[in-house]
Design a binder for this molecule. Structure first.
Ligand code: UDP
Length: 412
């Protein structure tokens, strides 16, 4: 079965038909995506699926990865952190490594890139490539995946010189967009419904997870599955659970996250969480390995309600993942959670542990509402946050770039 046929089964035949229609005028067009890694991280995850799908739609799509070493990655990691708000200037020798590495990569990629009809450059790592391809014939788009809502100005100013000459840029949320002299498009992230983290699971896999973590399938379960990070407010989740438990004594809580071992801050947060949870056998604090995709999937399915009580959030893919599994989500009223949790429809937006407790208590007393909201949550994700929607927006953007300022585009 082709990939498109597989996606038709989850996203809908009409969605795939629309993709084919959008792609038809782009048949044979040469598209190149460039990023800095083939595996690990959200960008690689998206491209792993997006590129073969675009190929299947008849677009000549290539995925190139730039090579770099120590100082280059130290620089781009610093850029990533400063664009997300860290206020640490980047040392000159790191910036030189950034420039030299891009120049070296341009030597290899120049023929491909200059010949392409459309080039998508993902994130800051390969951003200077455009300046290094003076004979480019296609349209170039800079795709920023990071939360650039509060960038550290000196670093953004440095990067801006490379971004300004692009034909367009894409940000994930309106709040992340920047002052730039070209059109900016908003394309929110998406999840892949066929990945291990989101695919349908047999009941036995979910039953195994109850057993493995000594959860009682007969009693209500709420869960937050997220990095141990203060912005995700795990302590607030425990407070909400404790308040709700006064009214629902059988309540169980799972707080699952990973990555604490190599993140000193995460380790401190985990220690705090464990201290607060101590003595309550119904709070399950789980440290998951980085490849625990099926376990995360099963835990999200095992929960009656999923929480994401963040006090600051980029988009919040964990919310999308839970909603896709037909769970109402009680989420912090911040960032991309607001795009997903439609208050009283796909879940509830909250600002305090008390607010979260109230909603937990309400939902656990209304199993029918849990079902209805869960179904609405899944439908909302199907409509807005699956990879097929993501692909549709890339195609629409390409068609729009092809037609320039024309007001009306006939797809035939
Ligand atoms: N995640 C994971 N292991 C964990 C906790 C989270 O793989 O222990 C995944 C989660 O399923 C989601 C992503 O990491 O796909 C987190 O993305 P999100 O946008 O929610 O938050 P971020 O961690 O990027 O702030």
């Amino acid at each position: 079965m082709s990939l498109l046929e597989e996606y038709a089964k989850v996203s809908g035949e009409d969605v795939i038909a629309q993709l084919r229609q959008l792609a038809a005028p782009l048949n044979g067009a040469k598209v190149v995506h460039v990023n800095s890694t083939r595996s690990g991280g959200g960008v690689a995850e998206i491209l792993t699926k997006l590129v073969p799908l675009m190929q299947e739609l008849g677009i000549e799509t290539q995925w190139e990865v730039i090579n770099g070493e120590g100082d280059f990655f130290e620089c781009t990691k610093g850029m990533h952190n400063t664009l997300q708000g860290n206020r640490t200037p980047l040392a000159d020798h790191l910036l030189r490594a950034y420039e030299t590495t891009n120049a070296q990569n341009a030597e290899i990629l120049r023929p491909t890139l200059e010949d392409a009809d459309f080039v998508f450059i993902h994130d800051p790592q390969p951003a200077p490539l455009l300046t290094l391809c003076p004979a480019r014939k296609g349209k170039w788009v800079w795709r920023c995946h990071i939360d650039a809502s509060h960038p550290y100005r000196p670093v953004w100013k440095y990067l801006q010189q490379y971004v300004v000459p692009y034909d367009a840029s894409i940000f994930s949320l309106a709040a992340f967009a920047q002052e730039l002299p070209h059109p900016q498009y908003l394309i929110p992230p998406s999840i892949d419904p066929l990945s291990d983290k989101n695919k349908a699971l047999q009941d036995s896999v979910v039953a195994d997870i109850y057993r493995k973590y000594q959860l009682d399938p007969e009693r209500p379960l709420i869960a937050q599955i997220s990095r141990f990070d203060r912005f995700k407010d795990p302590i607030g989740v425990i407070q909400a659970y404790q308040l709700a438990k006064q009214f629902v004594p059988a309540l169980q809580l799972v707080l699952a996250g990973g990555g604490a071992a190599d993140d000193p801050e995460g380790e401190a947060v985990l220690a705090e969480v464990e201290a607060v949870a101590k003595g309550d056998a119904d709070i399950h604090v789980l440290l998951l390995p980085s490849d625990a995709h099926v376990e995360i999937n099963a835990l999200q399915r095992a929960a009656d309600i999923v929480l994401q009580k963040s006090v600051r959030e980029g988009f919040g893919l964990t919310v999308t993942e839970a909603m896709w599994k037909s769970k109402p989500v009680i989420g912090g009223d911040v960032g991309g959670i607001r795009l997903q949790v439609i208050d009283h429809h796909t879940g509830f937006l909250v600002n305090t542990p008390e607010g979260a407790a109230l909603r937990i208590r309400y939902l656990l007393h209304q199993p029918e509402t849990v079902k209805t909201m869960g179904a609405q949550a899944q439908a909302f994700v199907r409509e807005n946050f699956l990879i097929t929607r993501h692909l549709r927006e890339y195609l629409t953007l390409i068609v729009a770039l092809l037609h320039g300022a024309q007001e009306r585009i006939e797809l035939g």
